[in-house]
Write a protein of this length. Sequence first.
Length: 191
Amino acid sequence: MDEAVRHLAERLLRAGVDELPERERRVLHRIARRSIVSRDLSLRTDRPAFGERLADRVARFGGSWTFILAFAGVLLLWTGLNSVLLPWAASAPFDPYPYIFLNLVLSMLAALQAPIIMMSQNRQAMKDREAAAHDYEVNLKAELEIMGLHEKLDGLRQEQLTRMLARQEEQIRLLGLLLAERRPEPPAPCG
């Protein structure tokens, strides 16, 4: 098996096996074994931890129209209560203009939401890197297989041309013999 991998590395990648990164060696081993490289990355068996799932849900909700519209509604309700309804009803607003308590709540929300969204983005970036590495391996194997097929076709074409030239030479030789047999004898000298 190692000899086949070494031969593939030298023939297709023009490098020694030891010089290649692990990914390329892994692809060459799979080519030598005729095994499949591609797999469905969405069918992973490892389940993310509770915190990771929660971060994904918070990021998904925080980046949705539902969140934006609900948040806009809360802001309008807050400012409406403190600017219009409570002063009109002769009671003191709990957060009068310039809404300092609202600013505190928004700052705390942003301070909590930002790292949670970053955790989710980091997990997604890790998934994307894995997918890119997998795509590279699949593409490398496809490219190497195509190169191998080109070599086989070139070899077959060369073999076919060699056989055709040998036949042509044989036909030319046979035609030369036929022509030599059919040449009229030169007339005998008179006299």
